[in-house]
Design a protein around this ligand. Structure first.
Ligand code: HEM
Length: 212
């Protein structure tokens, strides 16, 4: 790669990694604090896995053993995904949706609508981590029967988000660090404001934080 290509790649990674994860974190706090039962289940799991010492070490293995947290982050990325679209451009003539399209046509793949479509999801507007948990772990396991490409928080195919694993680990880690240590109050309980600028970016999200 030449200098210009390196600069382009670094700029892209910085833009798509920081904004998406920061917005996901705001959506996470909003949805968890708005649902006291979810917060209660999360607190119970944190206590069970990491103990009552709020400064205990968090290992990767312990983080991965948190079934509820896993469902929570999956549901977050379904319900309130910061990356609502993929872009694709045709290189050749193609038939898509009973239309014939020319090379050079741009497609916005609406990930958000796919993941919030009642054809595929029960009560899609409801924030419900249980849909990603097996019955054995107290969930409904709705995700088990999901059709191919019905869950696409990180896009798909060759251009799927290369940062998806680190993003999920980061969100899980911050969720544990944050919720085990602090009480959080939403200053606007009704809604969370965001704008679409290539990603969904949260604006003016105000919370009150105090020690637990
Ligand atoms: C919650 C966090 C994130 C979400 C929801 C997200 C989502 C997405 C989506 C939907 C795409 C488009 C994929 C496609 O076209 O099929 C994408 C691309 C990309 N993401 Fe992420 N992403 C996140 C975090 C990150 C992080 C942390 C990094 C880097 C460390 C990253 C790096 C990239 C890059 C470089 C691309 C472009 C890939 C390409 O065009 O080939 N993302 N992301």
């Amino acid at each position: 790669m030449n200098d210009e290509e390196i600069e382009g790649n670094l700029a892209e990674i910085t833009a798509v990694s920081i904004e998406t994860t920061a917005s996901a974190l705001s959506f996470l706090i909003f949805n968890v604090v708005k649902n006291p039962l979810i917060l209660e289940k999360l607190h119970a799991e944190i206590l069970k896995v990491f103990g009552s010492d709020i400064n205990s070490t968090i290992t990767y293995e312990a983080l991965e053993s948190c079934r509820y947290l896993d469902g929570l982050i999956k549901e977050l990325l379904r319900h309130s995904n910061p990356g609502p679209f993929n872009l694709r451009v045709l290189e050749s003539y193609e038939n898509v949706g009973n239309y014939h399209w020319s090379p050079g046509t741009w497609f916005f793949v609406d990930n958000h609508r796919i993941m919030n479509n009642s054809k595929y999801w029960n009560e899609p507007m409801k924030f419900n981590p249980d849909r990603f948990l097996s019955e054995e772990h107290g969930g409904t396991n709705e995700f088990r029967n999901m059709c191919k490409n019905g869950y696409v928080p990180f896009g798909g195919g060759l251009r799927i988000c290369p940062g998806r694993n680190i993003a999920v680990i980061e969100l899980k880690l911050i969720a544990v660090l944050f919720f085990r240590k602090y009480n959080i109050e939403l200053l606007d309980n009704e809604s969370i404001k965001y704008v679409y600028r290539g990603t969904n970016q949260v604006r003016d999200f105000m919370i009150k934080v105090s020690k637990r």
